[in-house]
Design a protein around this ligand. Structure first.
Ligand code: NAD
Length: 299
């Protein structure tokens, strides 16, 4: 088993670090929050006083931070010049593609190997060790990161070169945002046309309108499997995080000159939804805004 430095023990990182410890690794954990450090200690990690202390002597340094600026700063201040050149640097945060590439290049210039490895799956999947990792980096980097990622997830996929993990993540979540809005619209129209939502779910789930947003995450209470809709849209994947990912997707699209009208519209609608006081509400709750505050009523 290995020594692992883990930096960023928030909603996601806390569960991920706990799973590394559960798999027998010696996890040196750091966060700016004392509460997060205390939780990590309870979960079997060794809290340390700085990010540099977490990185020092580690075989793998995992970061799970809010955004690209945090990752870049932590790498500059506490990882470069401190982590062993034999270590693999694994950034699991969702950040912009350009920063992910820049960080990997800077690491490489210092003789270090870095991969971007953002995740699909929320807080529950992080705690359960069932995340999906999409990895960008060299084959050698992927092979070194894979055993650690397998301890925290159910699927680890090599997406391509540096930045490819983040590219896969923003494209996936742009698709998710757009299909969720389309699914909400379909339920609202079906209701106005007099269709029972459960009947519509039964039909669309086995027809060509099927998608994860429909079948696994239906945005209506009492329809389909249990989802945040059954808990007044609490828990799940916050609208603020969906908006963050859609903005990253739009930024990436602008950089490469891709035309993404559905993604752009989804970003506008989630911005409106979040700004109306719903940033902490599950992203499927946008059905209320699209339906003028009304859910279709299961008949
Ligand atoms: P979070 O805000 O709960 O956790 C981030 C943690 O980083 C906090 O505990 C914060 O104190 C810590 N931190 C910030 N700057 C730091 C620094 N310089 N040094 C040490 N610690 C620092 O966020 P989260 O929900 O855990 O998300 C983390 C990342 O995962 C984000 O990039 C997010 O977009 C992505 N993500 C989140 C989810 C989700 O459902 N929450 C799902 C997929 C991906």
């Amino acid at each position: 088993m290995a020594r692992v430095g883990f930096i960023g023990l928030g909603n996601m990182g806390g569960g991920m670090a706990a799973n590394l410890a559960k798999n027998g690794h010696d996890v040196r954990a750091f966060d700016l929050s004392e509460d997060a450090l205390a939780r990590a200690k309870k979960a079997g990690c060794l809290p340390v006083a700085s990010a540099a202390e977490a990185a020092e002597g580690a075989e793998a340094v995992v970061t799970m931070l809010p955004a690209g600026t945090h990752v870049e700063q932590v790498y500059q201040d506490a990882v470069f010049g401190i982590a062993d050149t034999a270590a693999v640097l694994i950034d699991c945060s969702t950040i912009d593609v350009e920063t992910a590439k820049r960080v990997a290049e800077a690491a490489s210039a210092k003789g270090l190997t870095a991969v971007d490895a953002p995740v699909s799956g929320g807080i529950a999947a992080a705690a359960a060790g069932t995340l999906t990792f999409m990895v960008g980096g060299s084959q050698a980097g992927f092979e070194r990161a894979e055993p650690f990622l397998s301890n925290m997830g159910k699927a680890v996929i090599h997406a391509g070169a540096s930045g490819a993990g983040q590219a896969a993540k923003v494209c996936n979540n742009m698709l998710l945002g757009a299909t969720m809005i389309a699914t909400c619209e379909a339920f609202l129209l079906a209701d106005k046309l007099g269709l029972d939502p459960q009947k519509f779910f039964d039909i669309a789930s086995v027809s060509s309108g099927q998608s994860w947003s429909m079948t696994s995450y239906a945005p209506l209470p009492g329809v389909g499997p249990e989802t945040p809709a059954d808990h007044d849209y609490q828990g799940g994947f916050a609208a603020a995080l969906m908006l963050k990912d859609l903005r990253l997707a739009m930024e990436a699209a602008t950089q490469v000159g891709a035309d993404t009208p559905m993604g752009a519209r989804a970003a506008e609608l989630y911005q409106r939804f979040a700004e109306a006081g719903n940033a902490g509400i599950d992203f499927s709750g946008i059905i209320r805004m699209l339906g003028d505050g009304q859910n279709p009523t299961p008949g």
